[in-house]
Design a protein around this ligand. Structure first.
Ligand SMILES: Cc1cc2nc3c(=O)[nH]c(=O)nc-3n(C[C@H](O)[C@H](O)[C@H](O)COP(=O)(O)O)c2cc1C
Length: 404
């Protein structure tokens, strides 16, 4: 691999991770990339590093353009391990370089490395760094998605180095959106954006809107958005900005996800008439069995639908563990603008459906009540109840969807 030019004298020097499937628990079936960028100017500047196991690769890529000892400035936009843990290797090659980082970023960096001998400059929103023909503008983006996060805008080239925002977990032979949609497809790229947003950025919708508004107020013209993972947006960067705004504003499909688990298939049997009821109301429906589906995919499918029905049998008075796991994960992501209900089979005292509703209440979601509980295996009459339950839920979903 070698460096790839984004614009004149601005290079991608990152690494492709074809093999990663478990990214801090997030399933990444397409792998990912760790993107970082090198600018050749009067002061040679590196924007971000990569995950530690890939330090040799980024160094090789940098060497394909320039001797790394000539790097004068290193901008660290985000201190998460996948972006910062090869900085020591880079600093070994250019010990006099200056690191530009936010104050919170510096505090974190000090926990990973002995930074006592490194030159470090703290930057705030609006600060600029002139590197010769170019000026870098720093924009702090706290909690998008860590407190230290920032973006760097290359003024003359109109490139926004956006760190994790606008990224996707895609390992590909190509670097740019136009290339990707030729060898894969736009819908695959969009799906990867939604997947990343749902699993990482869902809690931060309000911040996303505010930050995009700030960027618009600054009047920055953006010709390219270069994130720290996946494909670079050079054809139509406005597309991903609009996708983020839409998701932050609650836009999603008029559809339902049935997300369930089962021990002896009774709850599973309930999914079929429920699904039929939903479809007969003209609403699309997708059914996801939790133990057969990676958590991050179930989260994405939840996010892609206006409504979700959670199916759980009762085990020892409470929800089935995989369902509890899913709802705990979902609660951390602070979902909004979705309507939910629950159903499931039980054998005696029940308890799982009630507990699912307790979870929904804690999340502050729009709730469809009452839930549906069936004793052991659903009878023919029970299946009719399931069908009506699905129909009624779909009607409520359609009504709720009008608000958006
Ligand atoms: C280990 C075990 C514990 C159970 N605990 C309860 C319970 O506490 N309360 C209850 O109502 N049913 C309990 N059940 C019964 C199940 O909820 C019942 O068999 C139900 O139909 C299972 O639904 P499923 O086929 O979708 O897994 C238990 C079942 C098993 C296997």
């Amino acid at each position: 691999m070698k460096a790839i030019e984004l614009k004149n004298d601005i290079y991608w020097v990152g690494a492709i991770d074809w093999a990663v499937r478990d990214f801090h628990g997030y399933e990444t079936p397409r792998g990912t990339t760790y993107n970082n960028y090198l600018i050749i100017d009067k002061e040679i500047t590196l924007l971000d590093t990569v995950k530690y196991d890939f330090s040799d690769i980024t160094i090789k890529n940098i060497k394909s353009v320039i001797d790394p000892s000539k790097i004068k400035n290193i901008v660290i936009n985000h201190i998460e391990n996948d972006h910062v843990t090869s900085i020591d290797k880079i600093m070994d090659l250019t010990p006099n370089a200056t690191i530009y980082i936010t104050e919170k970023g510096k505090r974190g960096l000090d926990r990973f490395f002995d930074t006592s001998k490194w030159n470090i400059k703290i930057v705030n929103t609006g600060d600029t760094l002139n590197i010769g023909k170019r000026t870098l503008l720093f924009i702090e983006t706290p909690m998008l998605h860590w407190p230290d996060s920032m973006m760097t805008y290359i003024k003359e080239d109109k490139i926004l180095i956006s760190q994790d925002a606008f990224g996707q977990h895609i390992a590909s032979a190509v670097r740019f959106d136009d290339e990707f949609i030729t060898c894969d497809s736009m819908s695959e790229l969009e799906d990867a954006v939604i997947d990343y947003y749902a699993n990482i950025l869902m809690p931060f919708g309000q911040l996303i809107k505010a930050k995009i508004a700030d960027i618009q107020k600054l009047g920055l013209q953006i010709e390219m958005i270069a994130p720290d993972h996946g494909i670079i947006w050079r054809t139509n960067p406005q597309k991903v900005l609009q996708m983020y705004l839409d998701m932050a504003n609650g836009k999603t499909n008029l559809s339902v996800s049935i997300i369930y688990d089962t021990m002896w298939h009774s709850t599973e049997q309930m999914t079929l008439p429920i699904m039929q009821g939903i479809k007969d109301e003209g609403v699309e429906c997708k059914v996801i069995k939790l133990r057969a589906t990676p958590m991050s995919m179930a989260i994405k499918d939840f996010w892609k639908s206006r409504g979700a029905l959670i199916g759980t049998p009762t085990l020892n008075n409470i929800m089935y563990p995989s369902v509890a796991h899913f709802l705990t994960h979902l609660r951390g992501l602070r979902p909004k603008n979705r309507i939910v209900g629950a159903f499931g089979s039980y054998g005696w005292g029940g308890g799982a459906v009630k507990e699912a509703y307790e979870n929904f209440n804690r999340m502050g979601l729009e709730i469809f009540e009452p839930g549906l509980q069936i004793l052991f295996k659903p009878s023919f009459e029970d299946e009719t109840k399931c069908y009506e339950f699905g129909k009624e839920f779909a009607r409520k979903v359609k009504e709720y969807h009008q608000k958006f």
